[in-house]
Design a binder for this molecule. Sequence first.
Ligand code: COA
Length: 162
Amino acid sequence: MRKNECLLSTSESLELTIRPLVVADLPRMLDIEHQGYSHPWTEGVFLDCFKTSYRLWGACLGHSLVGYAVVAYVLDEVQLMNLCVHPEGRGRGAGRRLLRHLIAEASRESMNQVLLEARLSNSVANKLYRSEGFEEIGRRPRYYPAPSGREDARVMSLLLHP
Ligand SMILES: CC(C)(COP(=O)(O)OP(=O)(O)OC[C@H]1O[C@@H](n2cnc3c(N)ncnc32)[C@H](O)[C@@H]1OP(=O)(O)O)[C@@H](O)C(=O)NCCC(=O)NCCS
């Protein structure tokens, strides 16, 4: 068993913290990414996000990175590009903490709206987003690759300064 897996299996009492990600986090991010998605981002895609127009937040249990959020800032809008938690770290509030953190930071930086897309079938993510106030504003037909063809995306929005 690898070090991170040991930590996660005994992490009930560890504190959950959020911090900015750095390039040195990439190997762990890629590990989490590959366990989170059927069509994971490549290292190059993540590297492209280490720019001033992006914010990258990591959720840590103790010193172990268990999840991350990647957002792009475009004019007055924030686009949630990626939110992912390691399977062994799920259900402990890391996803919600990351979401709340990126919303608070977007608001602090005077952005007006957070936008995201989610697979229609991703009931966990859809439930999480709705519970934090996101509302559906549209659909993108056949947006995602899927095992049997393509899958629609639900487009959701949260207004920060309505
Ligand atoms: C979506 C995801 C980020 C949630 O992360 P998480 O750390 O498990 O989420 P949390 O523990 O903060 O739980 C948040 C909410 O999600 C829902 N949820 C979490 N696990 C769930 C489960 N097993 N079944 C149903 N709902 C669940 C609940 O509404 C929960 O809120 P609650 O605990 O107050 O009831 C995680 O499942 C993940 O990484 N999935 C793979 C990647 C992905 O789909 N990302 C989203 C792309 S749009």
